[in-house]
Design a protein around this ligand. Structure first.
Ligand code: GLY
Length: 364
């Protein structure tokens, strides 16, 4: 089954490349066709389409896919020199572009980009609180904003240490992950989206609801970032605390999967609220597959297949005449718009399907 879906995905990906050239998609329109976010080159999602292209290149060896991914990697050079555009999301932007290119082709220009991006991410570290700062806007309290999403970017630092032999990158990543384990995990296994720290003293001063329903709620994509992000820190460090956090995040996510198998934007939303987030489902599936591999426990893989089967049967558009794949995503609970495509949902779905088909490439 998964090899068949992987084949449909690469046929669709190839058709989308031929229609869109080097466009960098973010949210496909109602016609199912991609937009182009190249004008806002530092946007955090600008690596995901290239990531899908590399996954499909690994599967097919088709040079057209590699060329399109490399065109995006080149465009992102403008982001590498945009100081205010560089933030905690450098892993999303450069692991799935330059990191993938280097992993698959040993392109020296890609290694250069990856190390520049990793150095910038390491430079965001706050030693008073042992955390990586999130966004750039604001001073004072805002200079101490930390978000759960950042866990997914730490593999850029682990990879930089592996590639250079310099342990500092990985040390910073592990310090940040330990801070996340201490301050983001709640007793029931759900997670905070945003935690505020005093940037001068490192003291924790509060939490914010962020992209979830509100303070104390359980934003489903944040739960998926925690699940996969902690699992990845465990993969790279072997520290048990990260495995424990990944397991607890996974247990909370799994216990809240509705009968439909489709994931709400927030696990605390009212039963009659129809906001969905396929990106949370797809990212959680990737995290569960990682946990299954690390622990040897088949239950995690079974839950991943359950999520992916629901997406495939109810939410995936595999028609090569359109560009988008998943159709029901939410950026933020309080947005006006819900249940639309998002490029990162498509990336994580593609990664998970390729992994189940035994044909993808590990990029984190
Ligand atoms: N803040 C990135 C996200 O929407 O998950």
């Amino acid at each position: 089954m998964w090899s068949d879906i992987a084949r449909k995905l690469w046929e669709k990906t190839l058709a989308a490349v031929r229609r869109n050239g080097d466009a960098i998609p973010y949210i496909a329109g109602e016609d199912g066709l991609f937009d182009d976010h190249s004008g806002g080159i530092s946007w955090w999602t600008n690596g995901f389409w290239a990531g899908s292209l590399w996954q499909m290149y690994a599967l097919t060896g088709k040079a057209e896919l590699m060329d399109a991914a490399r065109a995006i990697e080149g465009k992102l050079d403008a982001a590498l020199t945009d100081a205010q555009g560089m933030d905690h999301d450098s892993g999303f932007k450069w692991l799935l572009t330059a990191g993938a290119d280097y992993a698959l082709t040993k392109n020296p220009a890609s290694l250069n980009r990856l190390l520049l991006a990793a150095s910038n991410l390491a430079g965001r570290f706050n030693p008073a609180g042992n955390f990586i700062r999130a966004w750039n806007d604001g001073t004072g309290e805002k200079a101490g904003l930390v978000i759960i999403d950042c866990l997914m970017n730490l593999p850029l630092l682990y990879r930089a240490s592996q590639l250079t032999g310099d342990p500092r990158f990985a040390q910073i990543a592990a310090l940040h992950a330990r801070t996340a384990a201490k301050h983001f995990m709640r007793p029931d296994g759900s997670v905070e989206h945003i935690v505020l720290f005093d940037p001068a003293t490192g003291e924790r001063t509060g939490t914010l609801g962020g992209q979830g329903m509100g303070p104390g709620s359980a934003w489903s994509r944040g739960q998926a970032w925690a699940l996969y992000g902690f699992a990845l820190s465990y993969r790279h460090t072997g520290e048990r605390v990260f495995l424990d956090c990944a397991r607890r995040s996974a247990d909370y996510f799994t216990a809240h999967i509705p009968a439909s198998g489709l994931i709400p934007a927030d696990f605390c939303q009212d039963a009659d609220c129809a906001f969905e987030d396929d990106s949370a489902a797809a990212c959680a599936a990737c995290g569960l597959l990682e946990l299954a591999e690390r622990t040897g426990e088949e239950g995690y893989a079974g839950t991943a297949r359950r999520l992916l089967t629901a997406l495939t049967e109810k939410r995936a558009d595999l028609d090569p005449a359109t560009d988008r794949v998943l159709t029901h995503c939410t950026v933020s609970f309080h947005d006006k718009r819900h249940n639309h495509p998002l490029i990162y949902a498509d990336y994580f779905y593609t990664e998970a399907v390729a992994r189940l088909a035994g044909e993808g490439v590990f990029l984190w």
